[in-house]
Design a protein around this ligand. Structure first.
Ligand code: GLU
Length: 511
């Protein structure tokens, strides 16, 4: 019988979720939805020393913002809960006991100092100590000590850990959906700690027990977990759960823009782009790390950007909605090699998504910014300006720079532009334009003909100089959209008053 697709995103709440983690969540989501499966949010907080308050809420808020929805999870419940490992604590010991009883694991009593001494001893010989099939009998554990001694120590409450006992010289093959078969020899692997005497499992044990009991069918996670996969495969074998072992897919790393090494928070700071979905205030240091949301990225754009970092739809389509991604996603098209983050491309995506917003929506985003600048503008006017100017921006924060002159008359005129365009006789030309505006019907085509054709061209005046000076007087600089379109939006009175003011301020210039 076909198994129901059930996938999980299983972050550890150790800080803000990196965009690499967001991409993992996204790929899991796309895969689940494409296959009519379930998507689970499980919080892996077995390592209490790395717990960071607020991280779990951050993860939920970030994924909600991006439209990555869950069917079960720590925040919504479900039939396979609890979904936070610390809340599942009582259920893990029986599994550790089972492994010990079946000879797959053993108690180890080595004190931290003893392990440290061993490490030093090996270092002195230029070797690295590994707790494994070659060294385990030199250590204090239930393989080297008598059964009575072991019992005595446990009864006395001596701290212990439970370690996995890798069989010697066994080739372990992990079948990865992206990489194919990956084989590692057990003699190279260390006897990982599975459980501690404080009753807490480690990541490895909890992860396998949870994936099994939550009936997870596919494990889609970052490449950094590939080295742990042989242990995980062996744990399924040890528990006798091989038949329902999930299929694995290890995702390629997200790389620095230069391509060498994993994308880190420092790269983001260095190159000025966020590596987190939302702003994060570190509760300890108070440090702020910036997020895509607060930078003005659309959640749909972030989803689109991340989807294409390590996967492609098999054609050159770049703009893909969540629904399209769900349809097109395929594990076969995930690349084996790391994906380079490209800041300019990320901005390009946001620009594209900006163009897809209605003028009304862009205006609503812009209005609070106008308010900050002390501007109270008519809503329909803001909608009109946004419609005209959105093609020039990728982020709403750029809108004011592009449009301030629609809302407030210039108080200064760019000196370089004055020097270049405002030549002797310009006040006369501007005076003529004022006259045309005052006397002719205020219509784009009428004014265009009157100013450009009948005045400038017919008299063989310098078109570039006059039109740029006209612009300079209205805008304060030589930027902006088509001049008469601009005049139509700003209005007759306002245009005339700006022209008069420029003539007054700049005045006539000498030869
Ligand atoms: N808790 C692990 C993490 O933080 C999950 C790894 C896995 O998906 O197995 O990435």
């Amino acid at each position: 019988m076909e198994r129901k697709v059930r996938v999980r995103f299983a972050p550890s709440p150790t800080g803000p979720l990196h965009i690499g983690g967001v991409r993992t969540a996204l790929y899991n989501y796309l895969f689940a939805k494409q296959n009519g499966g379930d998507m689970i949010l499980r919080i892996e907080d077995t390592d209490q020393t790395r717990f960071v308050p607020g991280a779990e809420q951050y993860i939920i808020e970030a994924l909600t913002w991006l439209g990555i929805k869950f069917d079960e999870g720590v925040h919504i419940g479900g039939n396979y809960g609890p979904y936070r490992q610390s809340d599942r604590k009582p259920m893990y010991k029986q599994y550790a006991d089972q492994l010990i009883n079946d000879g797959w694991a053993y108690y180890a009593f080595d004190k931290p100092e003893a392990l440290e001494a061993k490490r030093k001893e090996y270092e002195a010989q230029k070797k690295t100590f590994q707790y494994d099939c070659n060294t385990r009998l030199q250590m204090e554990n239930s393989l080297s000590l008598s059964a009575e001694e072991v019992q005595k120590r446990i009864d006395a409450g001596d701290p212990y850990v439970v370690r996995f006992k890798f069989p010697e010289n066994l080739d372990i093959t992990v079948h990865d959906l992206i990489r194919g078969d990956v084989t590692m020899n057990s003699s190279l692997l260390d006897d990982k700690v599975l459980f501690k005497s404080d009753g807490m499992p480690t990541y490895h044990l909890a992860n396998i027990v949870d994936d099994h009991t939550m009936e997870v069918s596919h494990v889609i996670r970052g490449e950094e977990w590939l080295p742990s996969a042989p242990l995980h495969v062996m744990l399924y074998k040890a528990f006798g759960w091989e038949e329902t072992m999930p299929q694995f897919a290890h995702l390629p790393l997200l790389l620095k823009p230069e391509g060498n090494g994993k994308l880190s928070k420092r790269d983001g700071d260095r190159l000025g782009f966020p590596v987190f979905p939302l702003d994060w205030h570190d509760p300890k240091s108070g440090e702020l790390s910036s997020g895509y949301r607060e930078r003005g990225y659309f959640p749909e754009a972030v989803v689109n950007i991340l989807a294409l970092l390590g996967w492609n739809p098999g054609n050159d389509q770049e703009i893909l909605s969540m629904d399209e991604l769900i349809k097109l996603f395929s594990v076969e098209h995930i690349s084996k090699s790391g994906a380079k983050f490209n800041v300019e491309k990320a901005k390009w995506f946001n620009h594209e998504y900006m163009q897809m917003q209605s003028n009304e929506v862009v205006a609503q985003m812009f209005e609070p910014i106008l308010k900050e600048h002390g501007i109270e503008a008519d809503h329909d006017y803001v909608v009109k300006v946004c419609g005209m100017m959105k093609e020039r921006i990728a982020f709403i924060s750029e809108m004011w720079d592009q449009t301030s002159y629609f809302f407030t008359a210039p108080t200064e005129y760019a000196p370089a532009a004055i020097k270049k365009r405002w030549k002797p006789g310009m006040t006369t030309h501007i005076g003529k334009i004022i006259e045309i505006l005052e006397t002719m019907p205020f219509e784009h085509d009428v004014l265009h003909k009157a100013i450009l054709d009948d005045y400038i061209v017919a008299n063989q005046f310098n078109m570039g100089q006059i039109m740029n000076s006209f612009r300079l007087a209205v805008v304060g600089d030589t930027k902006g959209p088509d001049m008469l379109t601009l005049v139509m939006v700003i209005g007759k009175e306002e245009t005339i008053s700006r022209l008069r003011r420029a003539v007054e301020v700049i005045g006539e210039v000498a030869e």
